[in-house]
Design a protein around this ligand. Structure first.
Ligand code: SF4
Length: 240
């Protein structure tokens, strides 16, 4: 396994994925507030459910910082119901909005904080953990934070980069210490990992034969290795 890690690092994985899938153009949100709301709502649910909740907010004219902030908690919870845990998530959204309002007055000022302070303040808000904080920092504020999610853990643990019980910071460090300091790469890499996880690296039966990362599997050491034929990955198949 170590030999494989020495031969192929996370940048080679990135090159394989961007070559196979092309740029993903994330985040799937039009404004910083939509990105922040999506990042909070996507906790513990599929993105399709978040899309329904965001659609409700848009139709109600509530997807702006001011409208969300003035919306009663119960109305907000009803609109985001499709995202699941809607009462909890409504409270989290309100905690986020209250922090922004009380400490900075508006979202633009908050997102304009220096990167380390922005991340620290995000992590201080009830219900915002490192994945959500890094998603907001990267996709709403445009800072070079690498986002680690459940797909990152599954894919790179299966490839031997870290154990399945590695901490968020341990996993993040594997990427930040081995990639160029380029927020465009961080932006695309997370999106490419999500696509790989959704389309190929299934929980029970990963589709290694057709996965762009199949050629990187260590055949001797990896339990999924027999499922790959090391076929060259398809070039530039663009999809979202
Ligand atoms: S599907 Fe197989 S080759 Fe692709 S990321 Fe998962 S374990 Fe690796």
């Amino acid at each position: 396994m170590l030999a494989k890690r020495e031969r192929y690092g996370v940048f080679e994985y990135y090159e394989a994925l961007i070559s196979a899938f092309g740029p993903q153009g994330w985040w799937p949100g039009e404004t910083p507030i939509e990105v922040a709301v999506g990042a909070i709502l996507t906790q513990n649910t599929a993105w399709t459910n978040v899309e329904k909740a965001i659609g409700n907010l848009k139709r109600a004219g509530a997807l702006s910082y001011g409208a969300l902030h003035s919306l009663p908690d119960e109305d907000l919870a009803a609109l985001i119901r499709p995202a699941g845990y809607f009462n909890v998530k409504a409270k989290r959204l309100k905690s986020f909005l209250n922090h922004v309002s009380l400490c900075h007055g508006n979202l633009k000022a908050f997102l304009g904080l220096p990167p380390e302070r922005l991340r620290a303040e995000l992590l201080s808000i009830n219900g915002i953990g490192p994945e959500t904080a890094d998603s907001i920092s990267l996709y709403a504020a445009g800072y070079g934070e690498f986002v680690v999610d459940a797909y990152t853990r599954r894919i790179f643990a299966r490839h031997g980069f870290f154990g399945a019980d590695a901490s968020y910071d341990e996993m993040k460090a594997i990427f930040t210490s081995n990639l160029p300091e380029d927020k465009t790469i961080f932006n695309e890499y997370h999106a490419l990992i999500v696509k790989t996880g959704k389309d190929f690296c299934k929980t029970r039966v990963p589709l290694c034969k057709t996965c762009p990362l199949g050629p990187f599997l260590d055949k001797k050491a990896h339990p999924h290795a027999r499922e790959t034929n090391n076929a060259p990955y398809a070039k530039n198949k663009r999809s979202r």
